[in-house]
Every structure is written in structure tokens, then in C-alpha cells.
Design a protein around this ligand. Structure first.
Ligand SMILES: [Zn+2]
Ligand SMILES: [Zn+2]
Length: 552
């Protein structure tokens, strides 16, 4: 009997973000990605959401991490885990470049050894022999990983699409996957489900390049500003190629854009002639029609370059009627409103705004149904667990695998926290280790659903604090109650409403004290009910009431 192999999913199953799994055999472990998730508007004040590492930390940590590619949902939680542990990270040069920056900012570079992996490399990560294969995605250097385990090959697709004409010519290693499928066979496939409910195939990145070339070429004397993901080096390459072809000088704007462009040029992943690239401070003497700016903010991120242009606060770019702004990305679910606000701001300042709604200036980095089917067909796995997606995506991907002829029982739907075990007898779920969301708001881990509920309520209804000082021995109010409110009612009506609450509270507390009530808790309750009732009657609003009782 070969030793069992367990996979524990710490995130990414049932949500887009914080991808993280642990592969384990005989008590030895390797981490597969370590991502974070961006917090939506439903999580007020939360910066990001991490995988729950408690089980991992309590049970001995990991020996290594394989980072499949440079997106935040795959590497963004590394600084948080490396605060507690120390282990080597394997990844491509570009991935490690971004990891290095992240860890150096966090002062954690000394806790990690970054081990570069090239396409086709075999390497040992913890207990497993691994093979790294190229994969096409919306960031350079993405890797499919085949883990050789005592239970056969576990193949992880990483985030992938099947782009047959990728900008860098680096195609997904389908033939190598096919060879593995023949010998020794793929025991378990873990594959990206992000676009599992989208029919057809994603367009090649190169098609977007043609659209960009065309539209930028037609802008005549206008300045062109392109917003794109800072890690999407191939998109940036195509934007820069189009700029150069139409005789424009390129400047980059936004910290991450400038950093990533620098890194990609260093690694020879981005090729642009020195003379075509200038600093944003150095565009003087050039006409609008000779300039193109590639910048951050296409997701409507606060303080990003495009956002500042839309708000009129950009130090470098004042938007006007001779500007064409291209959003070369699609809003990530949850960002639509923010993106809409930026587009409107730009349009209001006179810019012509182009985006995926009116021009094909973007393509997804995640394969759609036809591409997923090709992967399933080539890998022909014995077992399959859909990963990376909201729950509906996982279900769609499971259905697709069944449509491809996989028996029902060989397709296992898992959620965050689930632990599965591969043995000689097959694959089964063996329990759950939690998989809670861990929120980051300044510090990590002390923010729970109670505080978030309170924040939502405060945000929606405001609060009213009533301070009441009583002398319980004598059974009297020491002074009139004090009131402080925020986010409840506008001036000048506020004064009257506050006075009414104070009056009502004073009357009720006096009556209770006169009636012999001496219990501070009961009095607090009375203050709460009275203030709430008064607010409801006068304003039809339900602010959070915070009674503060003090004793003289
Ligand atoms: Zn991802
Ligand atoms: Zn990705």
C-alpha cells in the first residue's frame, strides 16, 4: 500500500481570491499558492481577506511553497504567513520578482529563500518531486505544476487559458500534460473554474493587440491614456507596441505600473526601445498626439492614477477634450460601481472613454468551457476537484467534467477548509479544518462578524450615545443626560431630535428611580429602549443606540 496523500483547501473554493492549498504525505507538507482576496463594499474598513492559517500553524507548518503565478490571489498572503514561518518559495522569475518586492516591503526577505523555476524544470518541494510547465494566463511566467506523489501525479492547472497565439510565444504545455497522462497517468486534476460557466473559448491576447493597434492608430492628434492591470505585461507590451507604431512616446503612471514595467524589462519579458519610454515628468515639448500614458486604476481603485485623473487630483495629467482613455480590462465583480464612477468622472472632463462595453479591448485570462474541455481531454484524470471559483463556477466545472464522461463519483466538489485524501482505494473527503475568512484591517485576526455587522449598521444608520449619571443611593439623576450623535439626522433638525431624546430619557429614568429601581443594568436597558423609541417616532430611523451609565 502506498502512503496516502492529503490535500487541504484553505481558500479559493467558493470565492474568487485567496487561493491556497496544502499537499501532504507522511506528515510532510508543501503549500500550493498563498493568496489573499480583496474586500468588497460589504466588508467596511477591511483591506483584504486571508486564508485561515490557524490549522496550518497549529499542526507544524509547511516545508515549502509553490507559487504558480504573480497575481495577488496567489501570492498576496505570503507576507502574513511568513511572519510566523520560514520556508523557501518556488516560482518563475517574474513571480519571484513580485514576491521579493512584497516581502522586502514587509521586512521579511530574510525568512525566505526564493528559488527560481524555469519552464520544464523538475524540482523537489518538501516531500514531492515537482515539474513546472508553462501556461498561458494574464501575467507572464504562470506555471502548471505536476506533483509526483506516492499516490500518483496531482496536476494543478494554475489559472489558465489556452492561448494558441500568446504574445510571448509561450504556449500551455499541452503535449507534456498529454505525455504525463499516458505515463504514469494523472491521478488527480485540480483545475481553474473561473470561467466554467462561460461557453466557447476566450479570445487570444493577440486579438486584443490588434484592436488596440487599430484604435490607438486612429487617435490622430489626441493624447491616449490606457488603464490596465499592472501585472498584465503582455497587454502592456501590446499597448506600447501600438504606441511606438503610431509614433508616440510612452510614459507609465502609478507605482505598481512603474515597478512592474521595470521588473519586466529587466527580465526581458517586456521589450520597448529606450527612446520610446520617458518619465511622466519629462513629456514637455511633446504634442498630445505624440504621447501615450499607460497607467493603473482601470479597476477604479482609490488613489490610483486613473481615479485621480477622473477626480481632477492627478499631479501629472489634467484630462480634457483632446484625451482618449481606454480601459483595457474588465471590472472584477464588486468593482463595477467604482469603475463606473471613474469613467463618468473622465467623461465629465471631456475625455472620450473606451472600454469593454464599446470596444473589444480586453480578453479574460481564464479559459472558458471549450478550453476547460481540452484540458480535461488531454489530462484525462482519474479524479477531479474543481478549484478557483465561486461555488456556482465549481458546480459548472464539475458538470462539464461529467459531460466529458467522468463518472459522477470521480468528481468531488469541495469548499474552503475541506480536506481530501487520496489512497490506493481512491479519493474521499476526510473532514474540514475550518476555512474561515480572516480579515485584515491594520492588524490581522481580531476582526470578526460582530464588528463587521456593527460597522454595516453604523454606516447605514449612524449612532446616538446617551450618557446618564445617577446616584443610586439617593435614587436621583445627578444631572441631565448628555447626548452625542453621528450620522443620524442633519442640522438644524438635529438639535430638536436630540433634545427630545434627552427629555424622554430623563423622564423615564426619574420615574424608574422614584419607583425604587436601583439596578444599573435595568436602567441602561430603559435608556436604550427610550432613546430607540423616541428616534423611531420622530425620525423613523434606527440608529445604533449606545447608552453609557455612570454612577456618582
Ligand atoms: Zn487566480
Ligand atoms: Zn491569475
Amino acid at each position: 500500500m502506498a502512503a496516502p496523500v492529503a490535500v487541504t483547501f484553505l481558500g479559493g473554493l467558493g470565492e474568487i481570491g485567496r487561493n491556497c492549498a496544502v499537499l501532504e504525505t507522511a506528515g510532510r507538507r508543501v503549500l500550493l499558492d498563498c493568496g489573499r482576496m480583496f474586500a468588497g463594499d460589504d466588508l467596511p474598513g477591511v483591506d483584504s481577506v486571508l486564508p485561515d492559517f490557524e490549522w496550518l500553524l497549529d499542526s507544524g507548518g509547511v516545508e515549502a511553497c509553490v507559487a504558480t503565478h504573480a497575481h495577488e490571489d496567489h501570492i498576496g498572503a505570503l507576507p502574513h504567513l511568513l511572519e510566523h514561518l520560514s520556508f523557501p518559495v518556488y516560482g518563475s522569475a517574474f513571480t519571484l520578482g513580485l514576491v521579493r518586492h512584497k516581502l522586502s516591503e514587509a521586512g521579511l526577505l530574510d525568512r525566505v529563500e526564493l528559488r527560481e523555476v524555469r519552464d520544464g524544470d523538475c524540482f523537489r518541494a518538501g516531500p514531492f518531486q515537482c515539474e513546472a510547465m508553462p501556461v498561458t494566463h494574464s501575467v507572464p511566467g504562470g506555471l502548471i505544476t505536476a506533483f509526483s506523489t506516492p499516490q500518483g501525479v496531482i496536476l494543478h492547472s494554475s489559472d489558465f487559458k489556452l492561448d494558441l497565439t500568446p504574445v510571448d510565444g509561450r504556449r500551455t504545455a499541452l503535449s507534456r500534460i498529454g505525455a504525463l497522462a499516458d505515463d504514469p497517468g494523472v491521478r488527480l486534476l485540480l483545475a481553474d473554474s473561473t470561467n466554467a460557466d462561460a461557453p466557447g473559448s476566450s479570445r487570444s491576447e493577440r486579438d486584443v493587440g490588434e484592436v488596440l493597434h487599430d484604435v490607438i492608430g486612429r487617435q490622430g492628434g489626441r493624447r491616449v491614456i490606457v488603464g490596465a492591470f499592472a501585472s498584465h505585461i503582455h497587454r502592456i507590451q501590446q499597448v506600447m507596441d501600438a504606441a511606438v507604431a503610431s509614433g508616440r512616446t510612452v510614459a507609465t503612471l502609478g507605482l505598481s505600473m512603474q515597478r512592474n514595467v521595470g521588473l519586466a524589462r529587466e527580465l526581458n519579458l517586456l521589450r520597448v526601445p529606450d527612446r520610446a519610454l520617458r518619465d511622466i515628468t519629462d513629456l514637455e515639448g511633446l504634442d498630445s498626439g505624440q504621447v501615450l500614458i499607460v497607467c493603473t486604476g482601470s479597476q477604479g481603485e482609490p488613489r490610483a492614477a486613473l481615479t485621480q485623473m477622473a477626480e481632477g487630483t492627478s499631479k501629472w495629467v489634467e484630462i480634457g477634450t483632446t484625451d482618449t482613455v481606454i480601459f483595457s480590462s474588465h471590472p472584477i465583480p464588486g468593482n463595477e460601481a467604482a469603475v463606473g464612477a471613474v469613467r463618468n468622472g473622465l467623461a465629465r472632463r471631456g475625455a472620450q472613454v473606451l472600454h469593454t462595453g464599446n470596444l473589444d479591448v480586453h480578453t479574460s485570462g481564464h479559459g472558458k468551457q471549450q478550453e476547460l474541455k481540452v484540458l480535461h481531454s488531454v489530462a484525462s484524470p482519474e479524479w477531479f476537484v474543481p478549484v478557483h471559483g465561486e461555488y456556482a463556477h465549481l458546480v459548472a466545472h464539475a458538470g462539464l467534467a461529467r459531460d466529458m464522461g467522468m463518472p459522477d463519483e470521480r468528481v468531488v466538489l469541495c469548499s474552503d477548509g475541506d480536506r481530501i485524501e487520496l489512497t490506493d482505494d481512491g479519493l474521499r473527503r476526510v473532514g474540514s479544518v475550518g476555512g474561515e475568512h480572516v480579515y485584515v484591517d491594520g492588524t490581522v485576526g481580531d476582526l470578526g462578524s460582530r464588528v463587521l455587522d456593527e460597522r454595516r449598521k453604523l454606516g447605514a444608520d449612524g449612532f446616538v450615545t446617551v450618557v446618564v449619571c445617577v446616584d443610586l443611593e439617593r435614587g436621583v439623576l445627578v444631572s441631565s443626560p448628555q447626548i452625542v450623535s453621528r450620522g443620524w439626522v442633519e442640522q438644524p433638525a438635529l438639535v430638536g431630535h436630540e433634545a427630545a431624546v434627552v427629555d424622554a430619557v430623563e423622564t423615564e429614568v426619574r420615574r424608574a428611580l422614584a419607583g425604587g429601581d436601583r439596578d444599573l443594568g435595568a436602567l441602561e436597558d430603559l435608556v436604550m429602549r427610550t432613546a430607540r423609541r423616541t428616534s423611531r417616532e420622530r425620525t423613523r430611523r434606527r440608529p445604533v443606540i449606545v447608552p453609557v451609565m455612570t454612577e456618582a
